[in-house]
Design a binder for this molecule. Structure first.
Ligand code: UDP
Length: 318
Protein backbone atom coordinates (compact mmCIF):
# COMPACT_ATOMS: atom_id res chain seq x y z
CA UNK A 1 0.00 0.00 0.00
CA UNK A 2 1.26 3.47 -0.90
CA UNK A 3 1.45 6.72 0.97
CA UNK A 4 1.15 9.76 -1.30
CA UNK A 5 1.69 13.50 -0.89
CA UNK A 6 0.28 16.10 -3.27
CA UNK A 7 1.49 19.67 -2.89
CA UNK A 8 -1.01 22.22 -4.16
CA UNK A 9 -3.77 19.66 -3.76
CA UNK A 10 -6.38 22.31 -2.95
CA UNK A 11 -5.70 24.09 -6.22
CA UNK A 12 -7.64 23.94 -9.45
CA UNK A 13 -5.66 21.05 -10.96
CA UNK A 14 -4.46 19.57 -7.68
CA UNK A 15 -7.95 19.00 -6.34
CA UNK A 16 -8.95 17.12 -9.50
CA UNK A 17 -5.81 15.01 -9.17
CA UNK A 18 -6.76 14.20 -5.54
CA UNK A 19 -10.20 12.97 -6.66
CA UNK A 20 -8.52 10.83 -9.26
CA UNK A 21 -5.89 9.47 -6.88
CA UNK A 22 -8.45 8.44 -4.27
CA UNK A 23 -9.97 6.07 -6.85
CA UNK A 24 -6.82 3.99 -6.46
CA UNK A 25 -7.20 1.03 -4.14
CA UNK A 26 -3.46 0.71 -3.48
CA UNK A 27 -3.30 4.08 -1.69
CA UNK A 28 -3.54 3.96 2.11
CA UNK A 29 -2.89 7.63 2.77
CA UNK A 30 -3.04 10.90 0.85
CA UNK A 31 -1.59 14.02 2.43
CA UNK A 32 -2.36 17.33 0.73
CA UNK A 33 -0.10 20.26 1.51
CA UNK A 34 -1.45 23.62 0.43
CA UNK A 35 -1.04 27.15 1.81
CA UNK A 36 -4.34 28.26 0.20
CA UNK A 37 -2.59 31.12 -1.59
CA UNK A 38 -4.22 30.38 -4.92
CA UNK A 39 -5.85 27.12 -3.83
CA UNK A 40 -9.24 27.06 -2.12
CA UNK A 41 -10.40 24.82 0.71
CA UNK A 42 -13.74 24.63 -1.13
CA UNK A 43 -12.04 22.59 -3.85
CA UNK A 44 -11.42 19.70 -1.43
CA UNK A 45 -14.30 20.24 1.00
CA UNK A 46 -16.27 17.45 -0.67
CA UNK A 47 -13.62 14.80 0.10
CA UNK A 48 -14.80 12.60 2.97
CA UNK A 49 -12.33 9.76 2.46
CA UNK A 50 -10.63 8.71 5.73
CA UNK A 51 -7.33 8.26 3.86
CA UNK A 52 -7.28 12.00 3.10
CA UNK A 53 -5.36 14.48 5.29
CA UNK A 54 -5.01 18.21 4.73
CA UNK A 55 -2.05 20.25 5.98
CA UNK A 56 -2.10 24.03 5.59
CA UNK A 57 1.51 25.01 5.00
CA UNK A 58 3.90 26.50 2.50
CA UNK A 59 5.46 23.52 0.79
CA UNK A 60 9.03 24.77 1.12
CA UNK A 61 8.84 25.04 4.91
CA UNK A 62 6.67 21.98 5.51
CA UNK A 63 7.33 20.46 8.93
CA UNK A 64 7.26 16.70 8.61
CA UNK A 65 9.55 13.77 9.12
CA UNK A 66 7.20 11.34 7.42
CA UNK A 67 8.39 9.75 4.17
CA UNK A 68 6.18 9.02 1.18
CA UNK A 69 6.15 6.43 -1.62
CA UNK A 70 4.90 8.97 -4.16
CA UNK A 71 5.03 12.74 -4.20
CA UNK A 72 3.35 14.99 -6.78
CA UNK A 73 4.48 18.60 -6.70
CA UNK A 74 1.83 20.96 -8.06
CA UNK A 75 2.14 23.86 -5.62
CA UNK A 76 2.52 27.07 -7.65
CA UNK A 77 0.35 29.85 -8.96
CA UNK A 78 -0.25 29.36 -12.68
CA UNK A 79 -2.06 32.52 -13.69
CA UNK A 80 0.14 35.36 -15.03
CA UNK A 81 -1.37 38.15 -12.87
CA UNK A 82 -0.90 36.02 -9.73
CA UNK A 83 2.68 34.94 -10.33
CA UNK A 84 3.73 38.34 -11.68
CA UNK A 85 2.47 39.92 -8.44
CA UNK A 86 4.59 37.62 -6.26
CA UNK A 87 7.57 36.39 -8.30
CA UNK A 88 9.80 35.52 -5.36
CA UNK A 89 7.11 33.45 -3.74
CA UNK A 90 6.48 31.70 -7.07
CA UNK A 91 10.12 30.72 -7.45
CA UNK A 92 10.22 29.56 -3.86
CA UNK A 93 7.11 27.38 -4.15
CA UNK A 94 8.39 25.61 -7.24
CA UNK A 95 12.11 25.24 -6.65
CA UNK A 96 12.49 25.29 -2.86
CA UNK A 97 9.27 23.30 -2.69
CA UNK A 98 10.89 20.58 -4.83
CA UNK A 99 14.01 20.56 -2.63
CA UNK A 100 11.88 20.14 0.50
CA UNK A 101 9.67 17.45 -0.99
CA UNK A 102 12.64 15.41 -2.21
CA UNK A 103 13.70 15.13 1.45
CA UNK A 104 10.37 13.46 2.17
CA UNK A 105 10.53 10.88 -0.61
CA UNK A 106 11.23 7.29 0.38
CA UNK A 107 14.25 5.68 -1.27
CA UNK A 108 13.05 4.35 -4.62
CA UNK A 109 9.91 6.50 -4.42
CA UNK A 110 8.28 8.27 -7.33
CA UNK A 111 8.36 12.05 -7.86
CA UNK A 112 5.91 13.78 -10.19
CA UNK A 113 6.13 17.43 -11.15
CA UNK A 114 3.73 19.64 -13.06
CA UNK A 115 5.93 21.84 -15.18
CA UNK A 116 4.33 23.97 -17.90
CA UNK A 117 4.14 24.66 -21.60
CA UNK A 118 5.58 28.06 -20.60
CA UNK A 119 8.99 26.37 -20.74
CA UNK A 120 8.65 26.93 -24.51
CA UNK A 121 8.19 30.70 -24.00
CA UNK A 122 7.15 32.44 -27.22
CA UNK A 123 7.86 29.46 -29.49
CA UNK A 124 9.42 29.69 -32.94
CA UNK A 125 8.30 26.20 -33.92
CA UNK A 126 4.78 24.82 -33.94
CA UNK A 127 3.64 22.43 -32.63
CA UNK A 128 6.19 22.23 -29.80
CA UNK A 129 7.76 18.82 -29.17
CA UNK A 130 9.35 18.20 -25.76
CA UNK A 131 12.77 18.43 -27.44
CA UNK A 132 12.14 22.10 -28.36
CA UNK A 133 14.31 24.16 -26.07
CA UNK A 134 12.06 27.19 -26.03
CA UNK A 135 12.36 30.92 -26.27
CA UNK A 136 12.17 32.31 -22.77
CA UNK A 137 13.53 35.61 -21.46
CA UNK A 138 15.10 34.86 -18.09
CA UNK A 139 14.94 38.55 -17.15
CA UNK A 140 11.38 39.08 -18.36
CA UNK A 141 8.21 39.66 -16.32
CA UNK A 142 6.96 36.10 -16.79
CA UNK A 143 10.29 34.55 -15.87
CA UNK A 144 9.53 33.82 -12.20
CA UNK A 145 7.08 31.19 -13.40
CA UNK A 146 8.78 30.02 -16.61
CA UNK A 147 12.27 29.86 -15.20
CA UNK A 148 11.34 28.34 -11.85
CA UNK A 149 9.57 25.55 -13.71
CA UNK A 150 12.60 25.16 -15.99
CA UNK A 151 15.04 25.18 -13.09
CA UNK A 152 12.96 22.66 -11.14
CA UNK A 153 12.99 20.44 -14.22
CA UNK A 154 16.82 20.84 -14.29
CA UNK A 155 17.10 19.75 -10.67
CA UNK A 156 14.83 16.76 -11.13
CA UNK A 157 16.28 15.50 -14.40
CA UNK A 158 19.76 15.81 -12.92
CA UNK A 159 18.61 13.58 -10.06
CA UNK A 160 17.10 11.17 -12.54
CA UNK A 161 20.43 10.98 -14.39
CA UNK A 162 22.75 10.78 -11.42
CA UNK A 163 20.66 9.06 -8.74
CA UNK A 164 18.09 7.14 -10.73
CA UNK A 165 15.14 9.16 -9.39
CA UNK A 166 11.85 7.69 -10.58
CA UNK A 167 10.64 10.90 -12.18
CA UNK A 168 7.52 11.97 -14.09
CA UNK A 169 7.33 15.52 -15.40
CA UNK A 170 4.26 16.80 -17.25
CA UNK A 171 4.01 20.01 -19.26
CA UNK A 172 0.36 21.05 -19.39
CA UNK A 173 -1.01 23.49 -21.99
CA UNK A 174 -3.62 26.12 -20.96
CA UNK A 175 -5.97 24.14 -18.76
CA UNK A 176 -9.44 25.44 -17.98
CA UNK A 177 -12.57 24.11 -16.34
CA UNK A 178 -14.51 23.81 -13.08
CA UNK A 179 -12.75 24.88 -9.85
CA UNK A 180 -10.85 27.73 -11.48
CA UNK A 181 -10.97 30.69 -9.09
CA UNK A 182 -13.37 33.39 -10.27
CA UNK A 183 -10.55 35.92 -9.75
CA UNK A 184 -7.94 33.68 -11.41
CA UNK A 185 -7.42 36.09 -14.30
CA UNK A 186 -6.74 33.63 -17.10
CA UNK A 187 -8.59 33.90 -20.38
CA UNK A 188 -11.39 31.32 -20.28
CA UNK A 189 -12.45 31.97 -16.69
CA UNK A 190 -12.10 35.72 -17.11
CA UNK A 191 -14.27 35.73 -20.22
CA UNK A 192 -16.90 33.59 -18.53
CA UNK A 193 -17.09 35.62 -15.31
CA UNK A 194 -17.23 38.85 -17.32
CA UNK A 195 -19.94 37.51 -19.61
CA UNK A 196 -22.06 36.13 -16.75
CA UNK A 197 -21.88 39.52 -15.03
CA UNK A 198 -22.98 41.19 -18.28
CA UNK A 199 -19.67 43.04 -18.48
CA UNK A 200 -17.62 43.42 -21.68
CA UNK A 201 -15.11 40.67 -22.40
CA UNK A 202 -11.53 41.98 -22.29
CA UNK A 203 -9.34 40.71 -25.10
CA UNK A 204 -5.69 41.67 -24.70
CA UNK A 205 -3.95 42.80 -27.88
CA UNK A 206 -5.70 42.01 -31.16
CA UNK A 207 -6.81 38.56 -29.96
CA UNK A 208 -4.98 36.81 -32.81
CA UNK A 209 -2.61 35.14 -30.34
CA UNK A 210 -3.51 31.50 -29.93
CA UNK A 211 -3.46 28.80 -27.30
CA UNK A 212 -4.41 25.12 -27.15
CA UNK A 213 -7.10 24.97 -24.50
CA UNK A 214 -7.35 21.71 -22.57
CA UNK A 215 -10.36 20.75 -20.48
CA UNK A 216 -9.29 19.87 -16.95
CA UNK A 217 -10.72 16.31 -16.90
CA UNK A 218 -8.83 15.38 -20.06
CA UNK A 219 -5.57 16.87 -18.84
CA UNK A 220 -5.78 15.35 -15.36
CA UNK A 221 -6.58 12.00 -16.97
CA UNK A 222 -3.31 12.40 -18.89
CA UNK A 223 -1.41 13.29 -15.70
CA UNK A 224 -2.79 10.23 -13.90
CA UNK A 225 -1.90 7.91 -16.76
CA UNK A 226 1.68 9.18 -16.94
CA UNK A 227 2.16 9.51 -13.18
CA UNK A 228 0.91 6.10 -12.17
CA UNK A 229 -0.34 3.97 -15.05
CA UNK A 230 2.32 4.32 -17.78
CA UNK A 231 4.58 1.31 -18.20
CA UNK A 232 6.66 2.42 -21.18
CA UNK A 233 10.36 3.21 -21.20
CA UNK A 234 9.72 6.95 -21.77
CA UNK A 235 11.40 9.01 -19.06
CA UNK A 236 11.31 12.55 -20.42
CA UNK A 237 9.01 15.51 -19.79
CA UNK A 238 5.61 14.94 -21.35
CA UNK A 239 3.35 17.44 -23.12
CA UNK A 240 -0.24 16.99 -21.98
CA UNK A 241 -2.99 19.05 -23.53
CA UNK A 242 -5.35 19.50 -26.43
CA UNK A 243 -3.62 20.06 -29.76
CA UNK A 244 -6.44 22.08 -31.30
CA UNK A 245 -5.16 25.66 -31.42
CA UNK A 246 -7.70 28.47 -31.17
CA UNK A 247 -7.24 32.22 -31.07
CA UNK A 248 -8.11 34.25 -28.00
CA UNK A 249 -10.59 36.32 -29.99
CA UNK A 250 -12.41 33.18 -31.08
CA UNK A 251 -12.76 32.09 -27.44
CA UNK A 252 -14.11 35.54 -26.52
CA UNK A 253 -16.63 35.42 -29.37
CA UNK A 254 -17.77 31.93 -28.42
CA UNK A 255 -18.28 32.86 -24.75
CA UNK A 256 -20.17 35.98 -25.78
CA UNK A 257 -22.43 33.87 -28.01
CA UNK A 258 -23.11 31.41 -25.17
CA UNK A 259 -24.58 34.15 -22.99
CA UNK A 260 -26.58 35.71 -25.80
CA UNK A 261 -24.06 38.46 -26.61
CA UNK A 262 -21.88 40.83 -24.59
CA UNK A 263 -19.46 43.33 -26.15
CA UNK A 264 -15.80 42.51 -26.65
CA UNK A 265 -13.30 45.25 -25.80
CA UNK A 266 -9.63 45.31 -26.70
CA UNK A 267 -7.02 46.17 -24.06
CA UNK A 268 -3.23 46.36 -24.21
CA UNK A 269 -1.34 43.05 -24.20
CA UNK A 270 0.41 41.95 -21.04
CA UNK A 271 4.22 42.07 -21.43
CA UNK A 272 5.81 39.31 -23.50
CA UNK A 273 2.50 37.58 -24.17
CA UNK A 274 3.34 34.47 -26.26
CA UNK A 275 1.89 34.58 -29.77
CA UNK A 276 1.12 30.87 -30.07
CA UNK A 277 1.24 27.58 -28.23
CA UNK A 278 0.38 24.05 -29.37
CA UNK A 279 1.57 20.68 -28.06
CA UNK A 280 3.19 18.03 -30.20
CA UNK A 281 1.52 14.95 -28.72
CA UNK A 282 3.67 12.26 -30.39
CA UNK A 283 5.22 11.23 -27.07
CA UNK A 284 1.92 11.45 -25.21
CA UNK A 285 0.35 9.13 -27.78
CA UNK A 286 3.22 6.68 -27.36
CA UNK A 287 3.17 6.75 -23.55
CA UNK A 288 -0.62 6.70 -23.23
CA UNK A 289 -2.09 5.13 -26.37
CA UNK A 290 -5.52 4.94 -24.75
CA UNK A 291 -5.52 8.63 -23.85
CA UNK A 292 -6.99 11.47 -25.90
CA UNK A 293 -8.82 14.71 -25.23
CA UNK A 294 -12.47 13.67 -25.22
CA UNK A 295 -14.08 17.03 -24.46
CA UNK A 296 -14.20 19.41 -27.38
CA UNK A 297 -13.40 23.04 -26.74
CA UNK A 298 -17.04 23.96 -27.48
CA UNK A 299 -18.34 21.44 -24.91
CA UNK A 300 -15.65 22.27 -22.35
CA UNK A 301 -16.20 26.01 -22.41
CA UNK A 302 -19.99 25.52 -22.20
CA UNK A 303 -19.57 23.13 -19.23
CA UNK A 304 -17.26 25.59 -17.49
CA UNK A 305 -19.76 28.37 -18.04
CA UNK A 306 -22.51 26.21 -16.50
CA UNK A 307 -20.28 25.49 -13.51
CA UNK A 308 -19.61 29.18 -12.93
CA UNK A 309 -23.31 29.98 -13.35
CA UNK A 310 -24.25 27.36 -10.73
CA UNK A 311 -21.59 28.69 -8.38
CA UNK A 312 -22.96 32.21 -8.67
CA UNK A 313 -26.48 30.88 -7.97
CA UNK A 314 -25.33 29.00 -4.85
CA UNK A 315 -23.40 32.09 -3.70
CA UNK A 316 -26.49 34.26 -4.16
CA UNK A 317 -28.69 31.78 -2.26
CA UNK A 318 -26.35 31.67 0.75
N1 UDP B 1 -6.13 37.08 -22.21
C1 UDP B 1 -7.04 38.02 -22.69
N2 UDP B 1 -7.93 38.54 -21.80
C2 UDP B 1 -7.99 38.17 -20.50
C3 UDP B 1 -7.06 37.20 -20.03
C4 UDP B 1 -6.14 36.68 -20.93
O1 UDP B 1 -7.04 38.38 -23.87
O2 UDP B 1 -8.84 38.68 -19.76
C5 UDP B 1 -5.16 36.52 -23.18
C6 UDP B 1 -3.71 36.64 -22.74
O3 UDP B 1 -3.18 37.89 -23.08
C7 UDP B 1 -3.09 35.48 -23.51
C8 UDP B 1 -4.21 34.44 -23.59
O4 UDP B 1 -5.41 35.15 -23.32
O5 UDP B 1 -2.76 35.89 -24.82
C9 UDP B 1 -4.04 33.34 -22.59
O6 UDP B 1 -3.82 33.94 -21.34
P1 UDP B 1 -3.88 33.13 -19.99
O7 UDP B 1 -3.59 34.11 -18.90
O8 UDP B 1 -5.15 32.36 -19.92
O9 UDP B 1 -2.72 32.06 -20.13
P2 UDP B 1 -1.18 32.16 -20.58
O10 UDP B 1 -0.87 33.59 -20.94
O11 UDP B 1 -0.42 31.71 -19.39
O12 UDP B 1 -1.08 31.26 -21.74
Amino acid sequence: MKSVLISGGAGFIGSHLCDRLLLRTDVEKLVVVDNLWTGLFDNIAHIRDPRFHFVKSDVETLRSSEKFDEIYHLASPASPPWYMKEPKRTISANLLGAFRLLELLKKGGRFGFTSTSEVYGDPLVSPQPESYKGQVDCTGPRSSYDESKRCTESLLFEMQRTQGLDLKVVRPFNIYGPRTRSDDGRAVSNFITQALAGRPITVFGDGKQSRSWGYVDDVVDGFARYFWINETDYKGPLNVGNDREISVLEVAQYVSKLVGGVPIVFEPSPPQDPTNRRPDLTNANYVMPEWSCKISYEQGVAMTLDWFRDKIKVGAAE
